[in-house]
Structures are given as structure tokens and as C-alpha cells.
Design a protein around this ligand. Structure first.
Ligand code: OKV
Ligand code: MN
Length: 241
């Protein structure tokens, strides 16, 4: 009885060690789990399900084997792979979830999300997010040829690397009020998210006097990171690739 959560692998052809670490994680951990939840930024970038990168087939085939064996897999979009669509999800046999989802696991009410929507102090980012999440803008982008989309995306990533360098650590972390509101809105006691790359389990003092928990997944730079939920509780686990 164990449900697993991961996020922020930032898979790319440039980082084969992370891909290898993920495939090993599937064999060693995910096949024994009740379910696997991927909470966004699974890929470093995503410009459409029609991108013919071999990495995408390698991953979808591995996930398809997992889901076929009876372990359900669920996906919430991150800020990098928000264009992952039904076609890729189907190839993996995984279910796409909305940006916020309330679960009840072994009696625990849990809210899951990627986490970028909690970073409300970063107003530049939230403005950018509204633009690229506009369905009309996404439609226009999807009509561009693959090459053009790849070029635009590479330019946008270059630019973002420059602007993010000058932002303070505080601005890039979650806003405490946004955390409390999300927990209240969903009547949840635990929140699990990624995005900030600051793995930890925090206590959250709620306005009603109750104590909630916020569990943050780590990014897969040099090791794996997962959260395990069992009937006994919640645990953050880091492991070598
Ligand atoms: C992902 C981020 C690049 C942050 C572009 C419309 C537009 C989609 C897109 C292009 C970029 C995703 C899809 C990527 C995340 C960046 C830079 C910063 C902060 C349009 C719809 F605008 F051109 F019309 N994109 N890619 N960033 O390379 O994966 O999250 S991406
Ligand atoms: Mn993110």
C-alpha cells in the first residue's frame, strides 16, 4: 500500500543519466506501487506531441509497460511541459489531470499540483504563464511547423535563463497565503508539489488552528526524489540514479 509522486525530472536528450535513473526507478519502485503521479516538468521542454524525438518514444514505451502491468499513472502539467497532450498521454497509458487535484489516499485528503501557481510573488512569471496558457495562443503555436516551434522554444529558454538569474530566492519560492488558500479551497490536509526544487516537508499553520503539511519534491539533477504516501503517512525519499 504505497502511492508514489515525482516531479521536475527535466528529461532531455542532453541528460541521459536522468533518463537512466528514471527507467531504474520504474523497475525498482513504480512497479510495486499502487499508482504513480507525475507532477510536472517531467520534460525539460515540450513543443507538441508530434515532436519525433527518440527520447519521447523511449519514455512513453516504458510508461506504457508500467500502466499495462496494472499500475495507473497520472500526470499534471508543469510550466515546461504544459503542451503535453492527449496523444502522448495515450501513448503512455497515463491519465492527464487538471492543474489542481484533490485525492483521498488511505483516508488522507491530499492536494496535488505542479506548484508554479503558488509562486504568486513572481509577477513577471505569472504574466508570462497567462499568455502561454491562453488556448488561442496555444492553437496558433501548434499550427507552426515543427522547426519553427523548436526555434521559438530554444530562444525563449535562452532568454528565460538570462532573466531568472537576477531574481531573488524569495520571489521564486511559494507564497504562504497562496498555500493556505489552495488547501482551504480543496479541503485538504496535505499538499504535495514540485517546481521550487526545494525538497522538504513543512508544517503549515491553518487559520482554523489545524496543522497542515506541505511536501515538496526535489528535482532530479544528481539524484532521484520521490514522495511516498502510505496508510502510515507521508515520506520524502532521495535516492541515487
Ligand atoms: C517552457 C519556459 C520555454 C518558463 C510558446 C505559445 C508562444 C507555447 C509556447 C514555447 C516554449 C513551451 C511551449 C519552454 C517553459 C520556457 C522559457 C521560460 C519560465 C508560445 C505556446 F508564445 F510562442 F506563442 N512554448 N516551450 N519558461 O521551450 O518548453 O517556464 S519550452
Ligand atoms: Mn516547474
Amino acid at each position: 500500500m504505497r502511492t508514489l509522486f515525482i516531479a521536475d525530472l527535466h528529461l532531455s536528450e542532453q541528460e541521459p543519466a536522468i533518463t537512466a535513473g528514471f527507467l531504474r526507478f520504474l523497475q525498482r519502485e513504480a512497479y510495486q506501487a499502487d499508482a504513480l503521479y507525475i507532477l510536472g516538468d517531467f520534460f525539460e521542454y515540450w513543443i507538441g506531441d508530434d515532436d519525433p524525438q527518440p527520447l519521447h518514444r523511449e519514455i512513453s514505451s516504458a510508461l506504457h509497460d508500467l500502466t499495462n502491468s496494472g499500475v495507473p499513472c497520472y500526470f499534471i502539467h508543469g510550466n515546461r511541459d504544459f503542451l503535453i497532450g492527449k496523444r502522448f498521454a495515450q501513448e503512455c497509458g497515463m491519465t492527464l489531470l487538471p492543474q489542481e487535484k484533490r485525492l483521498s489516499l488511505y483516508g488522507h485528503p491530499i492536494l496535488i499540483m505542479h506548484g508554479d501557481t503558488l509562486c504568486t510573488d513572481d509577477v513577471d512569471y505569472q504574466r508570462y504563464r497567462r499568455k502561454v496558457n491562453n488556448p488561442f495562443i496555444q492553437k496558433l503555436f501548434s499550427w507552426l511547423p515543427l522547426r519553427t516551434r523548436l526555434n521559438i522554444a530554444a530562444k525563449m529558454r535562452d532568454r528565460s535563463q538570462m532573466t531568472n538569474g537576477g531574481k531573488s530566492e524569495a520571489i521564486m519560492d511559494v507564497n504562504q497565503q497562496a498555500v493556505i488558500e489552495a488547501l482551504e479551497r480543496n479541503q485538504a490536509e496535505w499538499l504535495i508539489h514540485g517546481h521550487t526544487h526545494r525538497p522538504a516537508i513543512h508544517n503549515v499553520d491553518m487559520p482554523n488552528g489545524k496543522l497542515a503539511k506541505r511536501a515538496v519534491l526535489g528535482a532530479w539533477h544528481y539524484q532521484g526524489s520521490m514522495i511516498s504516501v502510505t496508510p502510515e503517512g507521508i515520506e520524502l525519499i532521495e535516492f541515487p540514479f
